[in-house]
Ligand binder design. Structure first.
Ligand code: NDP
Ligand code: 2IT
Length: 448
C-alpha cells in the first residue's frame, strides 16, 4: 500500500480518471509501489510533476478500421496507438491484434514499455498500439486488407524518428510486411518505420528469436549470480506457443534445459521426453494450427484442455510467455509446492500482483517482464540502427549485442535492488533503474 502522500494522491487521481482500466491501473500500481522509496528521496520529482506526467500518455489516437472479408462482408474494428513517453527517444513498441484489445490493455502495455525500453540502454521512448481484430481463421487476403486499412490511418502518426511500431500478439512477420508495404505506398518513403521486417527488406537477423533468446540470457544470468545455478539440466514449463514461447524453448534447449510443456489459449501439451520444437514450429509457424495437434503427432505426449493447468506441472523453471495475468495466486502456490526455483516473464505482466508477491515471499527468483523480455525491443533498436546506417549485421554480431544488453539489464536491476535495500528483488530493481533515466530526462527537458 502506498504511504507517501504525493504518490498516493497521484495514484488515486489516476484511478479516478481511468476507472474502467484495470490492467493499466495494475501496471501503474506496481511501478508506484516499487518506486516509493526512490521518489521520496527525490523531492524534485514532485516539484516537476514527474509522476502525474508519467501516467498520462503524451498522445493517444483511436481510429476506425474498415475492411472487407472474402465473402464481401464489411467489418469495422477499433485501432489504437498510444505515444506514451518520448523523454529518451522516439516512441517504440509493438502492435497487438487480438479480440481482447481495448484502451486499458494498450495503455498498460505502453506504460510498461517506457521502463523496459529505458532498461535496454538504447534511445527508445515508450509506445504501443493495436486493434481488437482477431486474425485467427482469416485468410492472407483478409489479413492484408485489414493491415492496409489499419496503416491508412496510422501512417500519419508514425515515422522513423517519431514512432516505430513492431509486432506483439497476433502481429508477426506477415502482418509487418503488409503494414510496411502500405506505409511505403502512402508515404513514398522507404524508411525504418517498423521493426520486425523480413531481412530482405531491412529487417535484422535475430529479431525473430530475440525476445525468447533474451529471456533465457537474462534467466541464465539471474540463476548464476543469485543462486550459483544454471538452466542446464532443469525441467522447464513454457506457456504459450507463439513467437516468444517458441524461441524461449529453443534457447532453453540450447542451454541444456528440458522443456516438458507448452500451451495455447485452449490447452497445453506435455512431453516428458522434452518438447520437439520442429513439430511445434511446423504446427504454429507454418500451419497456424492448434497446440493440441502436437499430441496427435508425437507418440508419448498428451494434450490437456484448459491453459491454466500448465502451472500444476512440477518444474524448476517456469516461463510464462502467453499473455497478461495468466499466472495467478493459485498457480503460484502450485509452482511453489512443486519446488519451482525461478519464474521469468516472457509475456507482459503475465503474473498477477498477488502471484508475484507470493513467489517472491517464498524465495523464488523472479525475473519481471520489463527486464526479462526486453530482448525483443532491444533488437528492434538494433534494427533501427542498421536501417539508419543502411547496413546489416551478421547473426553472430546481433546475438552478441543482444546477450550483452540482457546481462547489463540484469545487473542494472540487481544493483538498483541492492541500492534500495531490497537485494534480489528485481521487480523493484527493474522499475527503479528504468524510471531513473526517464525521470532525469524529463527534468532536463522542461515542462511538456
Ligand atoms: P503470439 O501471437 O506469437 O503468441 C501468443 C501466444 O499466447 C499464443 O500461444 C496464444 O494462444 C497465447 N495467448 C494469447 N492470448 C491468450 C489468452 N488470452 N489466454 C491464453 N493464451 C493466450 O504473441 P507473442 O509470442 O509475440 O507474445 C506473447 C507475449 O509476449 C505477449 O504478452 C507479448 O506482449 C509479449 N512480448 C512479445 C514480444 C515480441 O517481440 N513479440 C516482446 C516482448 C513481450 P492462441 O494461439 O490460442 O491465441
Ligand atoms: O512488448 C514488447 O516489448 C514488444 N512487443 C516488442 C516491441 C518492439 O518494438 O520490438
Amino acid at each position: 500500500m502506498l504511504k507517501d502522500p504525493y504518490l498516493k494522491e497521484v495514484y488515486l487521481d489516476t484511478v479516478e480518471r481511468n476507472k474502467d482500466q484495470a490492467e493499466f491501473l495494475q501496471a501503474v500500481r506496481e511501478v508506484f509501489e516499487s518506486l516509493e522509496p526512490y521518489v521520496v528521496r527525490h523531492p524534485e520529482f514532485q516539484k516537476a510533476g514527474i509522476m502525474e506526467r508519467l501516467v498520462e500518455p503524451e498522445r493517444m489516437v483511436t481510429f476506425r478500421v474498415t475492411w472487407e472479408d472474402d465473402q464481401g462482408k464489411v467489418h469495422v474494428n477499433r485501432g489504437y496507438r498510444t505515444q506514451f513517453n518520448s523523454a529518451i527517444g522516439p516512441y517504440k513498441g509493438g502492435l497487438r491484434f487480438h479480440p481482447s484489445v481495448n484502451a486499458s490493455i494498450i495503455k498498460f502495455l505502453g506504460f510498461e514499455q517506457i521502463f523496459k525500453n529505458s532498461l535496454t540502454g538504447l534511445p527508445l521512448g515508450g509506445g504501443k498500439g493495436g486493434a481488437n481484430f482477431d486474425p485467427k481463421g482469416r485468410s492472407d487476403g483478409e489479413v492484408m486488407r485489414f493491415c492496409q486499412s489499419f496503416m491508412t490511418e496510422l501512417y500519419r502518426h508514425i515515422g522513423s524518428n517519431c514512432d516505430v511500431p513492431a509486432g506483439d500478439i497476433g502481429v508477426g512477420g506477415r502482418e509487418i510486411g503488409f503494414l510496411f508495404g502500405q506505409y511505403k505506398r502512402l508515404s513514398n518513403r522507404f524508411t525504418g518505420v517498423l521493426t520486425g521486417k523480413d531481412v530482405i527488406f531491412g529487417g535484422s537477423l535475430v529479431r525473430t528469436e530475440a525476445t525468447g533468446y533474451g529471456l533465457l540470457y537474462f534467466t541464465e544470468e539471474m540463476l548464476k549470480c543469485l543462486r550459483h545455478e544454471s538452466v542446464f539440466g532443469k525441467t522447464i514449463v513454457v506457456s504459450g506457443s507463439g513467437n516468444v514461447a517458441i524461441y524461449a524453448v529453443e534457447k532453453a534447449t540450447h542451454l541444456g534445459g528440458k522443456v516438458i510443456a507448452m500451451s495455447d489459449s485452449k490447452g497445453y501439451v506435455v512431453d516428458d521426453d522434452g518438447i520437439k520444437l520442429d513439430v511445434v514450429k511446423q504446427i504454429k509457424e507454418v500451419e497456424r494450427g492448434r497446440i493440441s495437434e502436437y499430441a496427435k503427432r508425437v507418440p508419448g505426449s498428451r494434450y490437456v484442455e484448459g491453459c491454466k493447468g500448465i502451472w500444476s506441472l512440477p518444474c524448476q523453471i517456469a516461463l510464462p510467455c502467453a499473455t497478461q495475468n495468466e499466472l495467478d495466486l493459485e498457480s503460484a502456490k502450485l509452482l511453489v509446492a512443486n519446488g519451482v526455483m525461478a519464474v521469468s516473464e516472457g509475456a507482459n505482466m503475465p503474473s498477477t500482483a498477488e502471484a508475484t508477491a507470493y513467489l517472491q515471499e517464498h524465495g523464488v527468483l523472479f525475473g519481471p517482464a520489463k527486464a526479462a523480455n526486453a530482448g525483443g525491443v532491444a533488437t528492434s533498436g538494433l534494427e533501427m540502427s542498421q536501417n539508419s546506417m543502411r547496413s546489416s549485421w551478421s547473426f553472430e554480431q546481433v546475438d552478441e549485442r543482444l546477450k550483452g544488453i540482457m546481462l547489463n539489464i540484469f545487473h542494472m536491476a540487481d544493483n538498483a535492488a541492492r541500492e534500495c535495500d531490497r537485494p534480489g528483488d528485481l521487480v523493484t530493481g527493474a522499475n527503479v533503474a528504468g524510471f531513473a533515466k526517464v525521470a532525469k530526462a524529463m527534468l532536463s527537458e522542461g515542462l511538456y
